[in-house]
Design a protein around this ligand. Sequence first.
Ligand SMILES: Nc1nc2c(ncn2[C@@H]2O[C@H](COP(=O)(O)OP(=O)(O)OP(=O)(O)O)[C@@H](O)[C@H]2O)c(=O)[nH]1
Length: 406
Amino acid sequence: MPTPRRQRSTDDNAASDTAQRRHPAPSQPFATLRTCGELRTSLTSLRDTFSNRHHSLDFAYSHAHYLRNRVLAVGLLFLLLTPLWALVDIVMLPRDLWGITLSGRGLLLAGLAGVLLLARQSRERIGRIRVSAGLLLALPATFYALVLGIVPDGDVARLAGYAFIPFLLVAALSVFPFTLVESLAAGVALLWLLAFAQRVDGSWLTPAGLEGLWLLASLLAVSLAANHFQLSLLMRVYRQATHDPLTGLFNRGALTLHLEKLQAWRRQQGETAPACSVLMMDIDHFKRINDTHGHSVGDLVLAEFARVVSDQTRAEDCVARYGGEEFVVLLVDADVARGSRVAERIRSTVEAHHFPDHDHQRVPVTTSIGVARLGERETPQQALERADAALYRAKAQGRNRVTHAD
Ligand SMILES: Nc1nc2c(ncn2[C@@H]2O[C@H](COP(=O)(O)OP(=O)(O)OP(=O)(O)O)[C@@H](O)[C@H]2O)c(=O)[nH]1
């Protein structure tokens, strides 16, 4: 089951967003600082598209889902093109080469069908989706290398159309949201394939051969740029769809989706499923804060509140802004006793925390929290409603307290 780790890069961006709200940048004198900020954002985005080391598990699932769709679409295209290309072989190649190329194409067709099947059955399996994407590119490359190895050297020049394969595959890299490391590895392998083909057909280190290598390297650079822009766009869309821009926390939709996945996974685990708790919290008399200090201070309080709550939870817990001044924490592997301890710690930390207004004066803030155990069979909505009912009781009993639904 995916543990809802918070996305580091998103949190970084949210923190800088919050900082910008706190200190609106004057236009002229700080232009250099702004340029530095943009440079930092670009470097962060390059780091995020370079490899998947810094991706949150949550984003990794979205990324894999997108990659799987591409594998299915491109795989289907390759599957249709392969028999068509066999027809081209029959028209273009001498009859004595048909045996090798057509049986190779038959094997390729079977391999591509296997890749499609693997991708279809790998809905939530990130590793398997990556493998199917790799295989989709590796199979045509292997087919080409095998044909080159089997066909007698003197006949290689008669393989009309085959020399395009490395170029076609490098161009295909740009269709997938691969990280730069993944594309680079595939690109180097395809350069090696071209070099092998040139050694076989005798154009290695000739002007025509060098031109081919240069062309493939240039195409690879274009594909890498396409991968970078595609992946950073995907990340931005993912952040906008799943995160609250003011606090950088997960939004209500992402929380509900995560709860559904968590419940499905717990049902699969049966009796060994870990206990989970839901904390529903609401800032007390928040309207008064807005009315007394202004809406912008209200926003500062919300962002700071989100930071305080996040600091009191583990990276694998899911912290979300449920709406307005309401927040939800989903504690994984936490029974009611632990849930209550965490809730009480959040409540007391918020009460003692220095929430500053624009003049750094303290804005007194307290929170009420409802705690509910996540039942094995209940829907996310039912669990949230029970936590909300407990929160309502905490408000009715005088606020700044923790109450239990169970
Ligand atoms: N500054 C700011 N205010 C918001 C935001 N979202 C909701 N609010 C305000 O939050 C306030 C919520 O007020 P109420 O629902 O009356 O609750 P309350 O004043 O916190 O009272 P209790 O919950 O009963 O303690 C409203 O005034 C909303 O305008 C936001 O993003 N920023």
